[in-house]
Design a protein around this ligand. Structure first.
Ligand code: PLP
Length: 382
C-alpha cells in the first residue's frame, strides 16, 4: 500500500483567507456598486480614518501602491537631480527605484547581519563619504522595516536630525508591527505602506498609504495623488500624478482590517513554532529589541549556499511553498549598476545565497508548520 501524498502547503493562502471573509467583502463591494463613487468614495475616507487610528498617526492618505506612496513622499520634499537618498541595499527594488525615477541618486548602505535592517554605523559613514565627495546633496534616508520587523527608528531619527535629512519609513512589509509599544506609522517624517495582496494587510489588487504627523505634508500628499490639484480640481498647483486608491480596494481593505489583529497574532504563533523547532539547526530571525513583527516574511539563514539549496530542493519535493528574498542585493542588479558608486556591501552581498523564506500566512495550521520544520530537519541531517 502506498501512503497518500500529503496536500501541498502554499507559501501564501489568499483563498483560505477569502473564504473566511467572503460574505463581508461581497457586502462591502456591493455597497460600492450601489453608490457608484468609484474614485475617492466614502470607503476611502473611512479607511484613512481607521488606518490612522490603528497606528496612531495624525494623517493617513491612501494612494495607488506602496511604490507611489514612496514616490509621492519624495516628490513632496522636492527631491530630485543632485540629491542623495540613503537606503539599505537589501530590500525590494521599489525602495531604490523611486529615487532614480525622480532623478535623485540612491546611495546603498549595508545591513546588519542579524536583523537584516539598515546598518547605522555604515549609514553614518556613507553620509560623510557623500558630503566629502561634494557631488551630491544628502537629502533623505529611506529606512526599510524589512520582513515585518522595524528598523532602529529612534537611532535613525536622531541621525537624520543631526544631519538635517528627511526620513521616510518604507513600511511596505511591516504595517501592523510595533516598536517600543507603538505601531509603526509615526517613527519617520513620513511612513509609506503597501496593500499589495501578499503584504500583511493586503487588498485584492494594488494599493498603498502614507502616514504623517504633519498637516502640510498630508495636504501635499492629497494634492500630489490627484495631479497636483489645489483647492479646486482645475487649479493645478504642482506636477503630481494619478495616485489614488480605488474605492473598491478601500472596501476590501476595510473588511480585511476587521481580522488584521487576529492575523498578526496568528503569524506570531507560527514564528514561535519555527523559532522553537529550527533555532538549534539554523539561524532563525533575530528579533529587533522591544518590537513586534508583522511577519510578512520568516526568513532563515543557512550556514552555506549548498545547505540552502538542499533544503530548498527538499521543500520543493514535499510541495511546500518557499521563496528567496532577495537573491541579489540591489547594488548588484544591472538596473543599479550606473547609479552605484562601487562600494562593496559584504553583508548584503552574502545574504542572497544563504537565505530562505518559509510559509507564514495566517491560515497555516500548526500541523503544516511542523511539516515544514520536519522536512527542513531531515534535509539538514542528511
Ligand atoms: C512591496 C514593497 C514595495 C512596493 O509596494 P507596491 O505596493 O508593490 O508598489 C516597496 N518597498 C518594499 C520593501 C516592498 O516590499
Amino acid at each position: 500500500m502506498t501512503a497518500q501524498p500529503l496536500p501541498p502547503i502554499p507559501f501564501l493562502d489568499l483563498k483560505a483567507q477569502q473564504a473566511r471573509l467572503h460574505g463581508d467583502v461581497a457586502a462591502r463591494i456591493n455597497a460600492v456598486l450601489a453608490h457608484g463613487q468609484y474614485i475617492l468614495g466614502p470607503e476611502v475616507r473611512e479607511l484613512e480614518a481607521e488606518l490612522a487610528q490603528f497606528c496612531g498617526a495624525k494623517h493617513c492618505v491612501t494612494v495607488s501602491s506602496g511604490t507611489d506612496a514612496l514616490t509621492i513622499a519624495l516628490m513632496a520634499e522636492q527631491i530630485g537631480l543632485g540629491d542623495a537618498v540613503f537606503l539599505p541595499a537589501f530590500t525590494y527594488t521599489a525602495t531604490a527605484e523611486v529615487a532614480l525615477l525622480l532623478g535623485a541618486t540612491p546611495v546603498f548602505v549595508d545591513v546588519d547581519p542579524r536583523t537584516f535592517q539598515i546598518d547605522l554605523a555604515h549609514l553614518e559613514s556613507r553620509i560623510q563619504q557623500v558630503r566629502a565627495a561634494g557631488r551630491l546633496r544628502p537629502r533623505a534616508i529611506i529606512g526599510v522595516d524589512l520582513f515585518g520587523q522595524p528598523a532602529d527608528w529612534p537611532a535613525l531619527a536622531a541621525l537624520a536630525t543631526r544631519e538635517a535629512l528627511f526620513t521616510l519609513d518604507d513600511c511596505a512589509q511591516s504595517f501592523g508591527a510595533s516598536l517600543n509599544g507603538a505601531r509603526l506609522g509615526t517613527q519617520a517624517d513620513a511612513t509609506a505602506t503597501s496593500f499589495f495582496p501578499s503584504k500583511p494587510l493586503g487588498g485584492y489588487g494594488d494599493g498603498g498609504a502614507l502616514f504623517t504627523q504633519s498637516d502640510e505634508r498630508a495636504t501635499l500628499y492629497k494634492s500630489l495623488r490627484t495631479h497636483g490639484e489645489g483647492a479646486t480640481r482645475y487649479q493645478v498647483e504642482r506636477i503630481g500624478m494619478n495616485g489614488r486608491l480605488d474605492t473598491l480596494q478601500a472596501a476590501v481593505l476595510l473588511s480585511k482590517l476587521t481580522i488584521f489583529e487576529a492575523e498578526l497574532a496568528r503569524r506570531e504563533q507560527i514564528a514561535q513554532i519555527y523559532d522553537r523547532e529550527l533555532g538549534n539547526l539554523l539561524t532563525t530571525p533575530a528579533r529587533v529589541p522591544n518590537s513586534r513583527s508583522a511577519w510578512a516574511v520568516y526568513a532563515v539563514l543557512f550556514p552555506t549556499h549548498e545547505a540552502r539549496e538542499a533544503a530548498k530542493d527538499a521543500l520543493g519535493t514535499a510541495q511546500i511553498g518557499h521563496a528567496i528574498y532577495y537573491p541579489r542585493a540591489l547594488h548588484e542588479q544591472p538596473a543599479y549598476a550606473a547609479a552605484h558608486d562601487g562600494t562593496s556591501l559584504p553583508v548584503a552581498e552574502g545574504l542572497g545565497p544563504r537565505i530562505l523564506a518559509l510559509p507564514i500566512h495566517p491560515d497555516l495550521t500548526d500541523d503544516q508548520a511542523l511539516r515544514v520544520t520536519a522536512v527542513l530537519r531531515q534535509a539538514l541531517s542528511a
